[in-house]
Design a protein around this ligand. Structure first.
Ligand code: ZN
Length: 283
C-alpha cells in the first residue's frame, strides 16, 4: 500500500465534487479554472463528466496535460440496461467512447442502469449488460479506452444499477471476457462489504479506478449526501489496502463527493485544499 502522507501526486479530482455535473449546483467554475486550481495544488489528475466537456474534448484534454496532470477518466456511458436506456443507445455509447478518446481519458466509467423492464432481480439484466459491454469493448479498445464497470451500493438497485458488489461486476467482466473491461471501486458503494479483500483478490489486475469519499453516519440523501474523507464511518485505509494490495491497483485515487447541502455550497478553494489535507492524513 502506497504512502500518501507526504506525496499527493496520486490524488485526482472528480469534478462532481465541485457540483459540476448538475445544473445550478456548485460554484460554476469553468473547466479551465478547475484545471488551473488543481494544478496549482499539485493534484495528479482530473476526472470529467461528459456534460461539461461538450465539443471541447481535445482542447480540454490538452490543457490538463499541459498543466502537468493527466485526465484520469470520463464519467460516463449512458445506461446500458433498465428502463432509462436512451433511444439511440448505440450512438450515445459510441459518442461517450469517442469523447473519452478525444480527451485522452484511458478509462470510461459504466454505471449500468437498473433492472430490465419485464424482468425481476438482476441475473437476467446482468446477462444483457454483458452483451452490450461485449459489443462496446472492441470499439473502446480501438479508441484506446478501457471500460470500468462500477458496482453501486445496493440501495441504487432498481433504477440505477444491476451490480451491487465487486463480485457482481467481476462476474460481468468474466461474461464479457475482453482485456479492456474491468471494474471501478468506490468507497461510497463498497465500504460496508467485509468480503472486499477476497473479492478484490479475484479481481486482481482488473481494477481500473478507485473513488474516494466517506459514508456519513446519518446519510440524508442517498445520491447527494456523500461525506468528505474523514467525516464518516468508512475505514478508508482498510479499503485502499484491499484495492492496492489485493486488487493490485496503482493508479490515481479520485475524490468524488456529491454533496448538495455541504461541500457544493462551499468555495471551491476551500474544497480543493481540504481534499489535499484529508488525502494525505486519512486516505
Ligand atoms: Zn464512483
Amino acid at each position: 500500500m502506497r504512502d500518501f502522507t507526504r506525496d499527493h501526486s496520486a490524488l485526482a479530482l472528480n469534478t462532481a465534487t465541485l457540483g459540476h455535473n448538475l445544473d445550478g449546483a456548485g460554484a460554476g467554475w469553468s473547466p479551465e479554472r478547475v484545471i488551473d486550481a488543481c494544478a496549482e495544488r499539485g493534484y495528479g489528475g482530473i476526472v470529467f463528466w461528459r456534460r461539461e466537456i461538450g465539443k471541447r474534448a481535445v482542447e480540454l484534454g490538452n490543457r490538463v496535460r499541459a498543466s502537468g496532470m493527466s485526465v484520469v477518466g470520463l464519467c460516463r456511458t449512458p445506461y446500458l440496461v433498465g428502463s432509462e436506456v436512451p433511444a439511440d443507445l448505440a450512438g450515445d455509447l459510441a459518442a461517450s467512447i469517442e469523447m473519452a478518446a478525444s480527451l485522452g481519458a484511458p478509462v470510461l466509467t459504466i454505471v449500468t442502469g437498473g433492472t430490465e423492464p419485464g424482468t425481476k432481480g438482476v441475473i437476467e439484466t446482468q446477462s444483457r449488460l454483458a452483451e452490450h459491454v461485449a459489443t462496446a469493448a472492441p470499439l473502446a479498445a480501438a479508441a484506446g479506452v478501457s471500460l470500468a464497470l462500477e458496482p453501486l451500493n445496493p440501495m441504487f438497485g432498481g433504477n440505477r444499477t444491476c451490480l451491487f458488489t465487486v463480485a457482481d461486476a467481476l462476474r460481468v467482466c468474466d461474461l464479457v471476457g475482453a482485456p479492456n473491461v474491468g471494474i471501478a471501486v468506490d468507497v461510497y458503494h463498497v465500504w460496508w462489504d467485509r468480503t472486499l479483500p477476497e473479492a478484490l483478490r479475484a479481481a486482481r489486475g482488473r481494477v481500473l479506478g478507485y473513488h474516494l469519499c466517506d459514508w456519513l453516519e446519518n446519510t440524508r440523501h442517498m445520491l447527494l449526501d456523500r461525506g468528505m474523507m474523514g467525516d464518516g464511518v468508512a475505514d478508508l485505509r482498510a479499503i485502499r489496502r484491499a484495492v492496492e494490495d489485493d486488487g493490485g491497483y496503482r493508479g490515481l485515487c479520485e475524490v468524488e463527493v456529491f454533496s448538495a447541502e455541504n461541500w457544493w455550497k462551499r468555495d471551491p478553494v476551500e474544497v480543493l485544499d481540504t481534499i489535499v489535507a484529508r488525502f494525505r492524513q486519512l486516505c
